[in-house]
Design a protein around this ligand. Structure first.
Ligand SMILES: [Zn+2]
Length: 240
């Protein structure tokens, strides 16, 4: 064996061993990832996600015993009386419904991409100890409508499905519906819909523009109303 042949063999051996070590590092990395995926959440993490609800502000906002305000993701409940606005139909009913489920209870919070809104409220999906998904429960009972807002759209399908259930069975806000059957203009991108005369309706790009015959159809497609141009769409139910 010449000197060069020896060097060549050594180089091939070195090369093989480095490929081998690369393979084994990839394998162990995969193993680690699989291990982490199957690892149950550490106890301190799950302990941190449970909170006691101190106060229910309305149908979509609660206050924790820590004082932190939490806004439910993906829904919008009718308003109750505020300083500058009157209560909307079903506003107090939605608040009572929410209170009945979570007041003084221990809830588990899950988050999406954005942790807070512009008012400093925490944005969360709220669960009871028995696994009830409170955000979806409010929609399913017609105590709120579905509100799409990127980037917090993790449970998009579940929430819209819950609303469609309530619409189908005319629950809460979906009973005694005030429909005018006129044309409304939706924005595919933001999933908001507007009155035809609204200045924002006219600014929607052609490729994002969609028409609905009546508000009901816009809601059924997962669009939420622009509250500046669309004011009335639900009325009081029986016994309110
Ligand atoms: Zn508008």
């Amino acid at each position: 064996m010449t000197f060069y042949e020896t060097v060549k063999i050594k180089m091939i051996e070195f090369h093989r061993s480095s490929i081998f070590s690369l393979q084994s590092s990839i394998l162990s990395l995969c193993g680690l990832v699989i291990f982490l995926i199957h690892l149950p959440s550490p106890a301190y993490l799950s302990a941190q996600t449970w909170h006691t609800v101190q106060w229910v502000s309305d149908g979509d906002t609660i206050v924790l015993s820590s004082g932190k305000r939490v806004r439910y993701i993906g829904i919008n409940a009718p308003e109750i009386d505020h300083e500058n606005q009157m209560a909307e139909p079903h506003g107090y009913r939605a608040k009572a419904f929410n209170a009945k489920r979570v007041q003084s209870k221990s809830v588990r919070l899950e988050y999406d991409v954005e942790r807070h809104d512009r008012y400093g409220r925490e944005l969360a999906y709220v669960y009871l100890a028995d696994g009830t998904f409170v955000n979806a429960e409010l929609l399913k009972s017609g105590m709120a409508y579905y509100l799409y807002r990127r980037p917090n759209i993790r449970f998009d399908n579940i929430l819209l499905k819950a609303q469609r259930y309530a619409m189908q069975f005319k629950k809460g806000i979906w009973q005694n519906w005030l429909e005018d059957h006129i044309i409304y203009i939706g924005n595919r991108d933001s999933r908001r819909f507007h009155a035809q005369s609204c200045v924002f309706a006219n600014r929607i790009k052609l490729e994002n523009r969609v028409q609905f015959s009546g508000k009901w159809n816009a809601f059924a497609q997962g669009y939420a109303p622009d509250r500046k141009c669309i004011l009335e769409f639900w009325s009081y139910g029986k016994g309110e």
